[in-house]
Design a protein. Structure first.
Length: 265
């Protein structure tokens, strides 16, 4: 969402980041969801990564509901996944409150569930303890299903593959129906999935485009980058991944390429 908003000329400054578009450019948010649906996406993540009160103020509940409504409006027959993010910077596990985040995550999950999300996605967590707290909070909120996604970060230095798999075991034990790795460079994501495959629950990945030198996303040639991403995603599926998507630096073209690659192996 953030990458696509920036590509469309929509400002995404901190602290609201992509959530600012819910106020300033809701039509663009809707259009992006529709573009992903046209590309073949079947699960659409709400633009709620930064809709906490600490980021957007007192209107956080309203903006969270707007985000769910826009995702539903653009998803067609797809499922809507309500995004819950870490309380602190997702690349700074040292700033995480760990188990102390439970109340805040439960509050967000309750709004997402009440707004009609098909599942809750606790995503981009760099620390197992807070990821577990988020999953438990989402389950307590009555979410129909809970997925959890861990990140090794853009430099793949927050978890090694074995460490991420051990964290995945904890979130699976807490009730996550699917465990994922996201916002980790696409060229190294397979290393993490080989370990995730041992956890014993459905797993998958939505990677970032890596560095500009990888020429997978960002400002690279969209055709070449999308095809390269699709080849990597096909490798993930060969490893057993049943959920595949895209994160920072990727867009609808990447998902369309994945769809086409998987349809014609």
């Amino acid at each position: 969402m953030g990458t696509e908003l920036a590509a469309r000329g929509v400002a995404t400054p901190l602290p609201t980041w992509s959530a600012g578009a819910l106020r300033g450019a809701p039509d663009e948010v809707l259009a992006i969801h529709r573009a992903y649906a046209e590309a073949g996406a079947t699960v659409h993540t709400t633009n709620t990564f930064r809709t906490r009160e600490s980021d957007v103020g007192e209107s956080w509940r309203e903006l969270t509901r707007v985000a769910v409504r826009l995702a539903r409006g653009g998803a067609g027959t797809g499922r809507v996944a309500g995004s819950i993010a870490p309380l602190a910077d997702c690349y700074r596990p040292d700033l995480s409150p760990g188990e102390g985040a439970s109340a805040a995550h439960r509050q967000m999950a309750e709004v997402l569930v009440d707004a009609g999300c098909d599942l809750v996605l606790c995503e981009t967590f760099p620390l197992a303890t807070e990821a577990v707290a988020a999953v438990q909070a989402a389950r307590e909120s009555g979410a129909p299903e809970v997925w959890a996604s861990l990140t090794a970060g853009p430099d793949a230095d927050l978890f090694d593959p074995l460490g991420l798999a051990r964290a995945a075991e904890q979130v699976a034990a807490a009730g996550a129906a699917v465990v994922l790795v996201n916002c980790t460079p696409a060229p190294v994501t397979a290393d993490y999935l080989r370990e995730l495959a041992r956890v014993g629950v459905p797993f998958g990945a939505y990677a970032n485009a890596g560095s500009a030198d990888d020429a997978i996303g960002w400002q690279s040639d969209p055709g070449f980058g999308a095809r390269r991403y699709a080849e990597l995603a096909a490798e993930w599926v060969d490893l057993g991944a049943t959920v595949v998507g895209g994160c920072c630096g990727t867009g609808p073209a990447h998902l369309a390429a994945v769809r086409d690659r998987l349809a014609h192996p």
